[in-house]
Design a protein. Structure first.
Length: 255
């Protein structure tokens, strides 16, 4: 659990984070299976499903599996819209929600979904819901199915808050890196325009303090994010390549 707390959203690596979070949460609460949906536009988009009995972990790479937020007969959507935990002791005895999809998957995989807890992922600071966590088939230490205990309510709310903050932290990191790279790309374009002017015989300013400060700012942000271990390797590589291009452009323009 400590590991999942320390994990701080684009499509590139969100599934890696969710996979680790779901694994740790299921282990902590001793659940055989589980899934996570995140809100995108007017839908809950399925991102990951895990099942120990079937020994599978399924990730939605293309974001095709999604639930309309108007489908309030689906438990995940109801949970998201009401911001309430919903616990079902036996989905096959429940008439309140439409479990047609779950039952079809059960039949296809020769599995039996029994109990289920669906939990909204709410930002504790803004009260905004970013998605839904589903835990399936809670068991005791002997592997026997048992109901979700009401005494676990506080623990589950704490876990969902940490999961939400982890996703938001990663999302903010990605947005920050995209902003850095956008600035670096703009800088590179401006520098190349200066080089063209130089080749055309126009005077090129020899003071590159603005360009230097932009690069220094980017490097500083990258250093902080790396120290906090919230880095995205792909975006960091993109940043470094842009920085090197800018340095080369400055060097050419100043000669």
């Amino acid at each position: 659990m400590q590991e999942s707390m320390e994990l701080f959203f684009d499509e590139f690596n969100i599934d890696k984070l969710l996979d680790k979070l779901l694994t740790n949460i299921r282990q902590l609460l001793n659940c055989d299976a589980g899934s996570i949906y995140l809100k995108k536009d007017d839908f809950l988009v399925f991102h990951i499903f895990q099942n120990d009995t079937l020994d599978i972990s399924v990730k939605n790479k293309v974001n095709k599996m999604r639930l309309s937020l108007n489908s309030n007969d689906l438990i995940a959507v109801r949970c998201y819209n009401t911001l309430e935990n919903i616990t079902i002791d036996n989905i096959y005895d429940n008439d309140e929600f439409d479990f047609t999809g779950t039952k079809a998957i059960d039949k296809h995989l020769d599995y039996h979904t029994n109990n289920m807890m669906t939990i909204p992922l709410i930002d504790p600071e803004t009260s905004v819901c970013i998605g839904v966590l589903q835990l399936i088939n809670k068991m005791n230490e002997n592997g026997d199915l048992i109901p979700f205990a009401t005494t676990e309510k506080d623990l589950i709310e704490t876990i969902s808050a940490f999961a939400t903050l982890s996703v938001l932290k990663l999302q903010n990191n990605i947005f920050g890196m995209h902003s850095i790279n956008k600035n670096l790309l703009t800088l590179n374009r401006e520098l190349n325009e200066e080089i063209v002017k130089y080749k055309d015989g126009q005077k090129v300013p020899q003071d590159f303090s603005h360009e230097t400060e932009t690069i220094k700012s980017a490097l500083s942000s990258m250093k902080i994010q790396n120290e906090l271990q919230i880095s995205d390797n792909r975006l960091f590589e993109e940043s470094m390549n842009l920085i090197l291009k800018n340095i080369e452009s400055i060097d050419r323009a100043s000669k």
